[in-house]
Design a protein. Structure first.
Length: 162
């Protein structure tokens, strides 16, 4: 296992939470794929289930469903419950997984940094999306697709550099 500094792990935990603020379920799918492909060492941890094929399938299908649902006009604001609370929970979970994989404390370190990232990603992502739609005079879905790419690419970047 490649050990990272505490600062590096905290940075990655914050970023994973922030990308989860853009797309709630993307971090779960990416972390699960990373564990399944042995890129993220969770076998001997409480997060071992992430490395199982059933987790990869379930989280991937859920993440893909979210990508579609996000474009629907009936989708509620990410800043309101339950969306906001789910993003915070996924941020905490993601931070804990990354800390556990590096042997660092899950609480409050991993969860706390992941939560801060999720709050930042949720609020800043919402603001950026709203402003871009107005600035570009573009349909919501076009900006949402860019946001999808940032969330997916960002989560993938985190696990590739973890």
């Amino acid at each position: 296992m490649h050990l990272l500094s505490t600062r590096e792990v905290m940075t990655f935990a914050f970023l994973m939470g922030a990308f989860g603020g853009l797309r709630t379920l993307t971090p779960l799918a990416v972390l699960s794929w990373a564990a399944f492909k042995h890129r993220l060492q969770v076998e001997d941890t409480q997060f071992f289930f992430l490395s199982r094929v059933v987790s990869v399938v379930i989280f991937s299908l859920m993440a893909m469903g979210e990508l579609v649902a996000d474009k629907l006009p009936s989708t509620p604001s990410r800043r309101r419950p339950p969306g906001f609370l789910t993003r915070v929970a996924v941020g905490a979970f993601s931070g804990m997984v990354l800390c556990e994989a590096q042997g660092l404390p899950l609480l409050p370190m991993g969860a706390g940094i992941g939560i801060l990232g999720a709050i930042a990603g949720t609020l800043l992502g919402n603001e950026a999306r709203t402003r871009l739609i107005k600035l570009l005079r573009a349909p919501d879905w076009t900006v949402a697709v860019v946001e999808d790419a940032i969330a997916i690419g960002g989560c993938a970047w985190v696990v590739l550099h973890f």
